[in-house]
Design a protein around this ligand. Sequence first.
Ligand SMILES: [Zn+2]
Length: 110
Amino acid sequence: MTGSPVEWVKDRPAQSVRTCIGCRQREPSADLLRIVTQPREAGSATAAAPVVIVPDPRRRLPGRGAWLHPVSACLRSAERRRAFGRALRVSGNLDISALEQYLENRHEHS
Ligand SMILES: [Zn+2]
């Protein structure tokens, strides 16, 4: 808390700033993809990854979310550093295939 205590904001709504869990850079949340965890459906064949991470581009899904640049580089570094578990407060194996697929498709169309 240094500098001027009051920041004058002129005709611009305050933007919420989030931290990308991959590269740890702070960005306006509009530039980041929200991701949330979903419990795996009961009766699913693979029990190895009990928690599924899904993209939430509309930011409507309930639950604890985290933020990530929608690029595979940030996905990879988040995965490598196990940032998903920390950010989303889950432990155990995480299934990020839905997220990978989302980023791949997004890349193809851009
Ligand atoms: Zn990033």
